[in-house]
Design a protein around this ligand. Structure first.
Ligand code: S0N
Length: 272
């Protein structure tokens, strides 16, 4: 089905569009198999901030332009000493900020994998909440072959998904895996034809949009907290506070303070 995606904001390296509750970020650098440079990542971070703040956005989809690649990782043309170098001449690894943002945004993020998901591009889909792949998708890490590695989510979270042995195989051998193999090892949620990829992804998104946003938010927090340590607990605790603020019991405390009286919490239900 042809969808009327509406542009949310214009960028140089990405497209950022909206359709019925779904914000889609497309890395638009087909000439380098959608490899990212610092500018690409900065634009993705800006788009994620907008998606975070905009309550019309219920799910974020991340994908790559064309039919060959989701993302081929860091742009090797701009890799300098100490990181990827942008217009400011400073070497950066700002893709790590994007990993954190995907984890912390309180909405589902879906990787729509339409071809190669390689190196840092593979890590990107790993970090997303769900991965929907086309049959031509190919997965793998290349770091030890090309002079890099991701010992962060790209290793630890990968191992939570596929198990320690398989994660070590993926990193230690730098092999490539078909979409079928990825499905078998639980690395992706489903595989469909390239023609059906967007329809399938939108159907998954619509199903999530019909569900309680707060419930999905809390489940994401809980699933993250198990791996994210104190930071994960902090984000989950922040949302518990948000829910408390929605209760009259919390309002009584604030109102009593402002009215310079003793708070009366007796009237609120006490649960076993
Ligand atoms: C993706 C591959 C397998 C596609 O092969 P295919 O279809 O045969 O196409 P090619 O002819 O190889 O490529 C077409 C054109 O695209 C360019 N290109 C492809 N990938 C990149 C890239 N990553 N950077 C720059 N250019 C790229 C080709 O050069 C070619 O250009 P032309 O037409 O001009 O010849 C295949 O292309 C491939 O294997 N690509 C390299 C993939 C790779 O190794 N990526 C890993 C790079 N490192 C990272 O991503 C790590 C980054 C990271 O996330 C990170 C995270 C945490 C901590 C550290 C890091 C870190 O940065 O180190």
């Amino acid at each position: 089905m042809k969808r009327e995606w509406k542009s949310i904001k214009e960028y140089k390296d990405i497209r950022f569009e909206f359709f019925e509750g779904v914000a889609k970020i497309t890395i638009n650098r087909e000439q380098v198999r959608n490899a990212f440079r610092p500018q690409t990542v900065n634009e993705m971070l800006d788009a994620m901030d907008i998606a975070h703040e905009n309550s019309d956005v219920r799910v974020v989809v991340l994908t790559g332009a064309g039919d060959k690649a989701f993302c081929s990782g860091g742009d090797q043309n701009v890799k300098g000493i100490g990181g990827y170098v942008g217009d400011d001449g400073v070497p950066r690894l700002n893709i790590l900020e994007m990993h954190k943002k995907i984890r912390s945004i309180p909405k589902p993020v879906v990787a729509m994998v339409n071809g190669y998901a390689i190196g840092g591009g593979h890590v990107l889909h790993v970090v997303c909440d769900l991965s929907i792949a086309s049959e031509n998708a190919i997965f793998g890490q290349t770091g030890p072959k090309v002079g890099s590695f991701d010992a962060g989510f790209g290793s630890s979270y990968l191992a939570r998904i596929v198990g320690q042995k398989k994660a070590r195989e993926i990193w230690f051998l730098c092999k490539q895996y078909s979409a079928k193999e990825a499905l078998e090892m639980g690395l992706v949620n489903t595989v469909v034809s390239l023609e059906r990829l967007e329809d399938e992804t939108i159907e998954w998104c619509q199903r999530m949009i019909e569900l309680s946003p707060m419930a999905l938010r809390m489940v994401k927090r809980g699933l993250n907290a198990e791996l994210d340590g104190q930071r994960g607990l902090m984000e989950m605790a922040g949302d518990a506070t948000l829910m408390f603020y929605l209760m009259e019991e919390a309002q009584e405390g604030k109102e009593a303070f402002l009215e310079k009286r003793k708070p009366n919490f007796d009237r609120f239900p006490k649960f076993p």
